[in-house]
Design a protein around this ligand. Structure first.
Ligand code: PLP
Length: 370
């Protein structure tokens, strides 16, 4: 477990399970049963249609996704969804979209929405330096919003909602890029969910979008007719995610990861239990360190995916990063906008890797490490 991949706590592209990396390596040379490198297999082949079908089906099984919802594999990252969503649901609607501004990524989602129509911030955490999340029950929701948008896990600050926000009567849209498939939730309460792959699902290049097609049918008069087809969910739904050349390799790896979740881990309940233990172990070290490590997020909204903390001085943080790198860890540097330290413990980071990091942190803190 001590190789560098096992000790990769990167918050950008996350680590992948070792068994998935081995299968991806083999597919690069020759996909079993096909006899070709995955990089040379046509996206129009029957084989690839089956890969898309299985990946969708695995996601459906993992989430318990009802038939009311469709699964799409799109490109352009979560960032393109920041635009596609308001282009589809806000442009020309004459209504207002409600957003929560809870951290670096939700802040990024708002300017593209403003290009398409009126946006109302139900909460803005910036004056408090994005150090806390609002109580979801206390927000001034609006019944006639075009939709309500939030980010379930703020990757940079390590802030995570542990309850679903929004009204059940207003279309609920959620960026789950950094916690999708890390825990179970009720997908029927969401109208649109998006998550890029490069945290818990696979390599960068594909973004999973789960949406209720009825959302698009219900508002034909409001759907802007002038959308380019590649930005129109309806074109992708009709083409079953193969409207143009999709990222075949990335989708294949998502299939391998969802197989791993189903058959190796045993589903999202089991994954969530593991993730909770991992997070608890690191927060325990922080809490017991008598202020040597200073957690960014308050207890109730701490993320189980990104453990973000500071040390007393930038020099001490630099020493922590240097020594941790010498000890084989990588990816521990905080996001460029925030600095500090971030240990991202996405699904594929093992409990044993977390234990190794917890030990390192205790040693580094010396007598205060406990
Ligand atoms: N949303 C969240 C929660 C993220 O963590 C990120 C990037 O890490 C993004 C959106 C942007 O994603 P992308 O680079 O795939 O566009």
């Amino acid at each position: 477990d001590r190789d560098r991949n096992a000790l990769n706590f990167s918050g950008g592209p996350g680590a992948l399970p070792a068994s998935v990396l081995a299968a991806a390596e083999q597919a690069m040379i020759e996909v079993p049963d096909v006899g070709l490198s995955i990089l040379g297999i046509s996206h129009r082949s029957d084989w690839f249609a089956e890969v898309v079908a299985e990946t969708e089906n695995n996601i459906r099984r993992l989430l318990g996704l009802p038939d009311t919802h469709a699964v799409l594999f799109l490109q352009g990252g979560a960032t393109l969804q920041f635009s596609m969503i308001p282009m589809t649901l806000l442009r020309g609607s004459g209504r207002t979209a409600d957003y929560l501004r809870t951290g670096y990524w939700s802040a990024k989602s708002i300017p593209p929405a403003r290009l398409e129509g009126r946006v109302r911030l139900l909460w803005d955490g910036e004056p408090g330096r994005f150090r806390a999340l609002p109580e979801v029950a206390a927000l001034p929701y609006c019944e006639d919003a075009a939709y309500f948008h939030y980010v379930s896990n703020e990757t940079v600050e390590g802030l995570q909602f542990h309850r679903i926000a929004g009204l059940d009567t207003v279309p609920r849209v959620c960026d789950m890029s950094s916690d999708f498939l890390s825990r179970p939730f009720d997908p029927s309460r969401f109208d649109l969910i998006y998550a890029h792959a490069q945290k818990n699902l696979g390599p960068a290049g594909v973004t999973v979008v789960i949406l209720r097609p009825e959302l698009l049918d219900q508002m034909p008069d409001q759907l802007p007719p002038q959308l380019p087809p590649v930005l129109d969910y309806r074109a992708h739904l009709k083409a079953r995610s193969i409207y143009n050349t999709p990222p075949v390799f990335a989708i294949y790896v998502v299939m391998l990861v969802t197989r791993w979740l189903l058959h190796q881990i045993g589903g999202l309940q089991a994954m969530a239990r593991i993730n909770q233990r991992k997070a608890a172990r690191l927060y325990q070290v922080i809490d017991k360190s008598q202020g040597f490590y200073r957690g960014w997020a308050p207890g109730a909204h701490r993320s189980e995916m990104n453990v973000v903390f500071n040390l007393a001085t930038p020099e001490l943080e630099a020493a922590f990063l240097r020594q941790s790198s010498e000890a084989g860890f990588s990816g521990l540097q905080g996001h460029r906008s925030l600095g500090g330290i971030r240990a991202s413990i996405y699904n594929a980071v093992t409990e044993s890797a977390v234990e190794t990091l917890a030990d390192f942190m205790q040693d580094f803190a010396g007598p205060r490490g406990g």
